[in-house]
Design a protein around this ligand. Structure first.
Ligand SMILES: Nc1ncnc2c1ncn2[C@@H]1O[C@H](COP(=O)(O)OP(=O)(O)OP(=O)(O)O)[C@@H](O)[C@H]1O
Ligand SMILES: [Mg+2]
Length: 268
């Protein structure tokens, strides 16, 4: 990766983001203070879109890393690669971000193993450094660098929680599904359906969200509503679209499917 090419990580076009509370100004203050941030909330509620929007708004390059349990510290920091001329160091995404002054977004951080997660520690306190042990280099983060992590609280077993020493290095913003009128606007904008149709989809989601903990692990997300709307826009009948985009993906339990189908039936 050519770590000089900051332009390739800039977001050119304004991402559509509808503010839900006062998260934009809070994030701006956090960025101004270079406070590492954590965005928490259920799947499909707008966390990633918010981070993209903020990177655009702050005119910072954005480097996103989808974390998983096989990820090693080298995947983040970098490694020596063998080529025909010998070995060559290649920066990992975290190192690139620290060098060029990007916002580095570690998505689903709890999926990473704890020995991987600790590499972010020196970057997220007063030191703002990143040691490349294998290379024998200590990077001082660019003044514009900021780290953002996301996770879905509640899904994780305690096994998969973040260590206190990691948590306590971040400020946090809680995300949840937006209030009704805002969610209707988002679903209509993103899928192209009418406000009237978006309202019906949001009403179905609201019912499903009441079933959380009563047979559903999680209610229908904004993302799923957008998928259903997109199918409807493609000419799929609303009941079939809801079955395909909302009911079938979220549960295999026959009773739950009946309950959700009934909710769909109320509106279509
Ligand atoms: N406030 C919002 N403004 C604009 N779009 C939104 C908003 N909230 C949700 N969306 C829409 O919902 C979709 C899903 O949001 P996003 O991908 O940001 O979810 P997420 O919280 O990152 O989920 P996950 O935890 O699964 O990664 C986005 O693609 C976007 O279309
Ligand atoms: Mg996301």
């Amino acid at each position: 990766m050519n770590s000089d090419s900051k332009e390739q990580y800039l977001i050119e076009k304004e991402p559509y983001y509808k503010e839900v509370h006062d998260e934009i100004s809070l994030y701006e203050a956090a960025y101004a203070a270079r406070l590492p941030m954590m965005v928490k909330g259920p799947t499909g509620c707008g966390k990633s879109r918010f981070v993209e929007y903020m990177a655009w708004r702050l005119k910072r390059p954005l480097i996103t890393v989808a974390c998983n349990e096989d990820m090693t510290a080298s995947d983040l920091v970098g490694r020596f690669l063998l080529d025909k001329d010998g070995t060559k160091w290649q920066d990992g995404p975290l190192t690139t971000a620290a060098r060029i002054g990007a916002i580095c977004y570690l998505d689903e951080i709890v999926e990473a193993r704890q020995d991987t997660t600790v590499v972010i520690h020196p970057l997220t306190d007063h030191r703002r450094t990143l040691p490349l042990d294998k290379k024998g280099e200590l990077i001082q983060a660019h003044p514009d660098f900021q780290l953002v992590i996301s996770f879905n609280p509640g899904y994780q077993s305690s096994m998969k929680d973040l260590k206190q020493s990691t948590k306590q290095r971040f400020g946090a913003l809680d995300f949840s599904y937006p209030e009704r009128t805002i969610e209707v606007e988002i679903v209509a904008h993103e899928s192209g359906v009418s406000e009237d149709m978006a309202e019906k989809l949001v009403s179905i989601a609201e019912r499903s969200r009441n079933l959380k903990g009563h047979g559903l692990d999680e209610g229908l997300s904004t993302r799923m509503l957008i998928y259903a709307g997109a199918l409807i826009q493609k000419g799929v009948a609303p009941i079939a679209a809801c079955s395909m985009a909302l009911v079938r993906p979220i549960t295999d339990d026959p009773d739950m499917r009946d309950a959700l189908d009934a909710a769909v039936g109320t509106f279509f």
